[in-house]
Design a binder for this molecule. Structure first.
Ligand code: 3PG
Length: 395
């Protein structure tokens, strides 16, 4: 796979380089509430601009479904990128239309421009190869070379991730390379004990990765909304907690096949409602009242998970342990995150909600070995699936 260093060695001065970045950040109106992906993406823009390239940044924001929706405009993201880079960043108000053409044609060496949200174009995510290809042709016409640095989107077979690389000289950006290097350490002879912590709401979303990881790990600690389907598989009532009834049999099979590996909560925090003022109670996981929902793991579970994590040499964590956004249900995620942060071995956080939890709970990001910018992408990598955005760079 060619790298950014190879492209820089070829010389980029005067060349228009299209960089696909993952700038999919959470917004509250126009306010960016977590700029991690922008900050992580900026070094590639900076290196190319300093080398004299004319940098054209292409990215998605949310899922506007092919419609021009101002709520998903990348304009505030371009403004934040400009602050991070400490240089002017131009903004094209469309993706491949007149504004994009005029903006990219006007770039001089060292300039940076951001194109409007690539998902305003329905062809970007189309299943129809010809439709995607025609759009990729128009995107490719804006540049002379392509850098894929959007790790969070490499699992998508989209025009700006996949088809474009079939049309331009291409390479992987440094963020993509760093993410791959760390994730490979989780799949190729990880140091032991290897402990994986999974949470989040749906077990159905994580089933593939659970099946792929179980043969490799020493312990799989399960919390979050998904633990209730496992508890139901053990025969416990789960009250009004999240439950995927159609996954109970599959969870029962996993528990039977891996009796010593899968560790479930022994206690949970329950309440009648998800609210800042909810009356909470800690109950045994096997005795959740019918009229209550489990919304966090309890203190005994935090201690037990902490003990399993204490001697770990490799840890992967994806998904919060409870509804951490709501204060009464944040302590499980906080406690488990602190235990992970205290590990001496390699600790990897798999993006998305877990990364948001680290920030929101005010935990020290530097205490974690690696916080991935890709949630779904890192899970699909660990699942062993082919990532179209990587496969095309290798081809
Ligand atoms: C993410 O947020 O995980 C990436 O930006 C990919 O977004 P998507 O799931 O909408 O493709």
């Amino acid at each position: 796979m060619r790298t950014l260093d190879d492209l820089l060695a070829d010389g980029v001065a005067g060349r228009r380089v299209l960089v696909r970045s993952d700038l999919n950040v959470p917004l509250d109106g126009e306010k960016i509430t977590d700029d991690r992906r922008i900050v992580s993406s900026a070094p590639v823009h900076d290196a190319l601009a300093k080398a004299g390239a004319r940098v054209v940044v292409c990215a998605h924001l949310g899922r506007p479904k092919g419609l021009r929706d101002p709520r998903y405009s990348l304009r505030p993201v371009a403004a934040r990128l400009s602050e991070v880079l400490g240089r002017e960043v131009r903004f094209a108000s469309d993706v491949v239309g007149e504004s994009a053409q005029i903006t990219t044609a006007a770039l001089v060496d060292g300039d940076v421009a951001v194109l409007e949200n690539v998902r305003f174009e329905a062809a970007e995510t189309s299943k129809d190869e010809a439709e995607r290809g025609a759009f990729a042709d128009r995107l490719a016409a804006l540049a002379d070379a392509y850098v894929d640095d959007a790790f969070g989107a490499v699992h998508r077979k989209h025009a700006s991730v996949y088809d474009i690389a079939l049309r331009l000289p291409h390479c992987a950006g440094t963020l993509v390379l760093r993410e791959l290097e760390v994730l490979r350490r989780l799949t190729e002879s990880p140091d032991r004990p290897y402990v994986v912590v999974l949470g989040g709401s749906k077990v159905s979303d994580k089933f593939g990765v659970i099946e792929a990881l179980l043969p490799k790990v020493d312990r799989l600690l399960v919390g979050g909304g998904m633990c209730f389907t496992f508890l139901a598989a053990q025969g416990h009532g789960v009250g009004g907690s999240l439950l995927e009834a159609d996954q109970v049999d599959a969870c029962r099979r996993l528990l039977a096949d891996n009796p010593d590996k899968i560790v479930l909560p022994s206690d949970v925090v329950v309440a009648a409602e998800v609210s800042d003022h909810a009356a909470t109670e800690v109950v045994p996981a096997a005795a959740i009242p019918d009229d209550r929902k489990g919304l966090d793991v309890g203190p005994d579970t935090v201690a037990e998970f902490g003990a399993a994590l204490a001697g770990a040499r490799t840890v992967f964590w994806n998904g919060p342990m409870g509804v951490f956004e709501v204060t009464p249900f944040a302590e499980g995620t906080r406690g488990v995150a602190q235990a992970i942060a205290g590990c001496d071995g390699l600790t990897v956080v798999g993006g998305g909600d877990s990364a948001a939890a680290i920030r929101q709970l005010g935990l020290d990001e530097a205490a974690f070995g690696h916080i991935s910018t890709g949630g779904g992408a890192s899970l699909e990598f660990l699942e062993g699936r082919t990532l179209p955005g990587i496969a095309v760079l290798e081809g």
